[in-house]
Design a protein around this ligand. Sequence first.
Ligand code: GAL
Length: 408
Amino acid sequence: MHIVHAATAVTVLLATHADARPEGKTLQARAYQQAKPALGWNSWNAFGCNGGSANAAMTAANQFKSLGLLALGYNYVNIDDCWTSSARDSSGNLQADPSKWPHGVASVATTLHGMGLKFGLYGDAGEKTCAGHPGSGGHETQDAKLLSSWGVDFWKYDNCYTNCNGQYPQTCWGVSRSTKAWYQPMGTALAAVSHPILFSLCSWGQDNVWTWGKTVGGSSWRMANDISDSWSSVASIANAAAGIASYAGPDGFNDLDMLEIGNGGLSAAEERAHFGLWAIAKSPLIIGTDLSKISASSLAILKNAGLIAINQDSLGKAASYFHPKNVAGPTSGQLYPYWAGPLSDGVVLGLVASNGAQSFTVNFADVPGLGAGSFAWKEMYSGKTGTGTTVSISLASHDMAVYKVTKS
Ligand code: GAL
């Protein structure tokens, strides 16, 4: 993966003047700059609070190896909420719950690094995490140093129990606030530590985080509320992502949330669409299931090398809706079937049967980035290839086809 650790003296100096610059143009130290969306696993969707342990991390790490996920590029093993004790220690440091981390956090990070993996943890910009564990608000510098000393590579940073103009606890919907103000201190603190730590903002799309996530050092930012294991949730997040595709990449991405593939609420067709949409939207692809129970069909979706390559394409640009001639345009609030986006060596074309079984014929001349003439295509789930001026497919309800289209 192409990575740049951007905490250089020059960029730190520029940060001094950051506030004088217009929104979105701030120049400052980045916590850690990863030019491609992160690939990995997180404990929350499968295990919730019970997943906050060394055992969960080590189990996932071993599964990354045995299931061939590491070989495909999945490398972050991330532990979510509930890994700490209920209070800080006498020096004010976060402390791992000793019953869940018998040998501490650093030993797990070291073991994972030795396996070729990276290790992520979760924290919160407010007083408490969403599950009520100590938050990092007011402790940013101390916590960033601790994470660095442990060798933590990824820091998911949540938005609960933040001081929204005095209104506790959490979320503060509808009040005037500036979410950026409580993400900035951690971004600055992470940029100053010696170990590179990817900063993953989990501010649920608040205050149009896609317009400023990069300026506080974020490599990705959650652009919507929590995903649930249902088609309506997948469709609604993907539809919202289409509207903000231009803010993705190449070195800061819209995070559509952790994957629900393997968790039982989606049909095989819906799991294909979920993964295909997340891949072409250039979302981090963070597996969210118990890998010891995953079905062959779900695992095959997560292991689709063609879709992973599209997600990791060096151009880093997200696909969005396009409107072919002779079909109705998008309807507000509904997932639209037609997606396209640029790749470094072609164009990705996505078709989703979002309103039930549907037959498609797409003229390449209607697809942004293509045009008149003949093109070669390959569909990522079936492996089918062809050439021509159009492509046609019949899809079952909620299924998806993803084509890589290149000059023939
Ligand atoms: C939510 C967050 C989830 C998960 C959870 C843990 O706010 O969006 O992804 O981290 O908190 O409590």
